[in-house]
Design a protein around this ligand. Structure first.
Ligand code: GLU
Length: 376
């Protein structure tokens, strides 16, 4: 009797052939994804949604309410338990500074009293969204996030992206990785820091950009991803306490342009401005008769913050040694100018205005204001 002796290599070849004939080889298959398990609702993070209005709710024939917006997000209950609140329902530029104070106080109160809350989402119109978001960035003192969301197309427009942006905002607010990053702005799948973001296009969906700093992260199909962190003071490290503030000091922004008249600066001072942000040309130039206006402001004790109108770039504080030497021969008027002048660092003029309003709720000391500009 002939015995069939099969060598191990032949056996292996036969086995592989059988597996191949049997269909896709389990030897090379990816591990199967675990079947999606429904998350028990009670264990989902809770997100509170505060609606203030804006294009995201500006439907023809009647604005969407907070409830309507909450219902517009299919599948939101996979990510969070949502509670909703209608704070306002107006265009962003119609929100008053009193409402800003109220909104920041409301969110601070929510965080102080509702320990089970994971995050807050605020809807806003996009036109001045960056100012509202930066105000909340500087005034909500809690590690948990405030996520500001809007949309560029209204609910009556084909391609309305509001519900998608809002759902992404809820996902970010529910994510523990969003803590201690200050206020965040989420639109168009991107997460930007409220400190750096600015609206760069009047109409396009990809309008919110963080200039040369770039986005902090993205909201993708599978998860929220952060790539970077901002280094300035945020969250519990912010020092502005609104509990006793009932009104923000008036601060105006005045643009530098060729041949600009200084009497606009005088008018702002005479109208009660406690501070003025000069949107300077380049790294600090003024024009026309603006120097006369600035001398008048200094005489009246009004702080001037220089912030570039260039869109990006930093205005550095003067070096300590140079002014000291220069000051020896300075006139009284020059000394006074120096005493009331602050470098706006890399803040855009509208953001510098928000920071100066808050700084003036704390101090009238020029060096303190400069420190604040250097730390936020
Ligand atoms: N684009 C406007 C804004 O920034 C919204 C218009 C509206 O809501 O009426 O608020």
């Amino acid at each position: 009797m002939t015995r069939l002796v099969l060598r191990p290599t032949v056996l292996l070849a036969i086995a592989l052939l059988c597996l191949h004939l049997a269909g896709p080889s389990p030897l090379f298959a990816q591990p199967a994804a675990p079947a999606a398990q429904p998350v028990p609702a009670a264990s989902l993070p809770r997100v509170h949604f505060v609606a203030t209005g804006g294009t995201i709710s500006n439907r023809d024939g009647g604005r969407l309410t907070a409830e309507d917006l909450a219902k517009s997000m299919p599948g939101v209950d996979r990510y969070a338990r949502l509670t909703v609140e209608q704070f306002a329902n107006v265009a962003s530029s119609e929100l008053t500074l009193k409402q800003w104070l109220g909104l920041a106080k409301r969110i601070n109160d929510l965080y102080a009293t509702e320990k089970d809350l994971a995050g807050v989402v605020v809807t806003s119109g996009t036109d001045t969204l960056e100012e509202t978001a930066f105000f909340l960035h500087l005034t909500v003192k809690d590690p948990r996030p405030v996520v500001v969301v809007g949309s560029m197309r209204n609910p009556s427009t084909l391609g309305y992206e509001g519900a998608a942006n809002l759902l992404e905002g809820v996902r970010v607010a529910a994510d523990p990785a969003a803590r201690n990053k200050g206020a965040l702005v989420v639109l168009n799948d991107e997460i930007n820091s409220a400190r750096n973001v600015t609206k760069t296009d009047a109409l396009r969906l990809q309008t919110f950009r963080s200039r040369e700093y770039g986005q902090l992260g993205v909201v993708d199909r599978d998860r929220v991803v952060f790539f970077s962190q901002i280094t300035q003071r945020t969250n519990e490290r912010v020092e502005f306490d609104l509990s006793k503030v009932t009104e923000l000091p008036r601060v105006d922004v005045i643009m530098v342009y060729q041949g600009a008249p200084g009497d606009l600066i005088k008018a702002a001072v005479d109208s009660g401005a406690k501070g003025i942000v000069m949107a300077v040309a380049g790294a600090g130039a003024t024009s026309g008769t603006q120097q006369e206006g600035l001398a008048y402001a200094a005489e009246k004790g009004v702080f001037i913050v220089n912030s570039t109108r260039a869109g990006s770039g930093r205005i550095a504080p003067p070096r300590g040694d140079v002014p000291a030497a220069a000051m020896a021969n300075a006139t009284e008027a020059q000394r006074r100018r120096r005493q009331f002048s602050v470098a706006g660092e890399d803040h855009t003029p509208v953001k510098a205005r928000v920071l100066l309003m808050l700084a003036l709720t704390r101090t009238n000391d020029r060096n303190e204001i400069q420190r604040i500009f250097s730390e936020y």
